[in-house]
Design a binder for this molecule. Structure first.
Ligand code: ADP
Ligand code: FRU
Length: 292
């Protein structure tokens, strides 16, 4: 078991399952409705907790009714939120349509701009010596940048992973500080690359010492490890794709778990694809460990 700190954002996910994705101006009836805690980093911790790790989440929580609900949900998952600043404001919300015929999820995210994100000062309250791994969402620059620089300076051997999901100003300034970088398909496509191999080759010249991982939906995942080896791991073949919401977050958790357990590089990718693919066979992220 490892002690893991995750720094990021949490949301209230309001998920409606529909038979198939509606057309614009349609009126359709949902099959079911669920309210769950969400957000990439929190989802990753939800899976890491099930894999046997002790998890602490740091991110701001709003003091509204949805924020109270989120705190209850997160505590039920036995993830520590004691270090999260609770701030007057509104909880970020994601309205999600999950299509039963394909398992695809469509997310409309709303964030009240008045809710500040975690500051370096908030982060600086926690003693990092208790952790074996730090995972960051690549957002909220330059605060995140200060947190990672501080960690690198004071705890140089503490492994750090960063998820690069969306193109954001100066996000590439974070790259050289990580041990593991997870890049989304969206980010890579935005840079103009259709396939991750060219992107990985270019990055290898700039940051050879970092493991670079690209989860790629139903194609599985591509990666280039710090030794320059390129790997492709095919996706697990789900019996039926029921729900892909949080598949990427589950993949990241699987990969971090595999690193902590010192699996070989190809086995890390294999494990991450297995757990992420199996997640797609079920709704939500709970009881995942029973199926790994
Ligand atoms: P995100 O959920 O962030 O959009 P991806 O779509 O890239 O992330 O998926 C992350 C991982 O989940 C993939 O690397 C793959 O292992 C698994 N996965 C996603 N969709 C499928 C699918 N349809 N079938 C099998 N595995 C999948
Ligand atoms: C899934 C997810 C949801 C959240 C959204 C935020 O990956 O983390 O739980 O609403 O993405 O972008």
């Amino acid at each position: 078991m490892a002690n893991i700190l995750g720094v990021g954002n949490t949301t209230l996910d309001i998920i409606h399952s529909v038979a198939s994705y509606p057309k614009e101006d349609d009126e359709v009836r949902a099959i079911s409705k669920a309210r769950r805690s969400g957000g990439n980093c929190l989802n990753t911790l939800t899976v890491l907790k099930q894999l046997g790790h002790h998890c602490v989440f740091m991110g701001t929580l709003a003091n509204d009714i949805d924020g109270v609900y989120l705190q209850q949900q997160i505590k039920t998952q036995e993830i520590n939120v004691d270090y999260c600043p609770i701030i007057a404001g509104k909880t970020p919300t994601s309205y999600i349509l999950s299509s039963e015929d394909t398992g695809a999820r469509t997310i409309v995210h709303y964030r009240d701009l008045d809710l500040p994100e975690l500051s370096f000062e908030d982060f600086n309250h926690i003693n990092l010596s208790q952790f074996d791994w730090l995972h960051f969402e690549g957002r909220n620059l330059p605060e995140i940048s200060k947190m990672i620089s501080f960690t690198r300076k004071e705890f140089s051997t503490l492994p750090c992973s960063i998820e690069i999901e969306k193109p954001r100003e100066n996000i590439e300034s974070l790259f050289s500080q990580a041990d593991v970088l997870f890049f989304s398909q969206h980010y890579i496509n935005h840079l103009g690359y259709k396939h991750p191999k060219n992107f990985l080759n270019t990055l290898q010249e700039k940051i050879p010492h970092i493991d670079k991982i690209c989860p790629w939906g139903e194609q599985g995942a591509y990666s280039m490890f710090s030794n320059g080896e390129f790997f492709h791991e095919p996706a697990y073949a789900p019996r039926q794709v029921v729900d892909t919401l949080g598949a990427g977050d589950t993949f990241n958790a699987g990969y971090i778990h595999a690193c902590l357990n010192k699996y070989s590089f190809p086995k890390r990718l294999h494990f991450a694809c297995q757990i992420a693919g199996k997640k797609c066979e079920q709704e939500g992220l709970h009881n995942l460990i029973n199926i790994v």
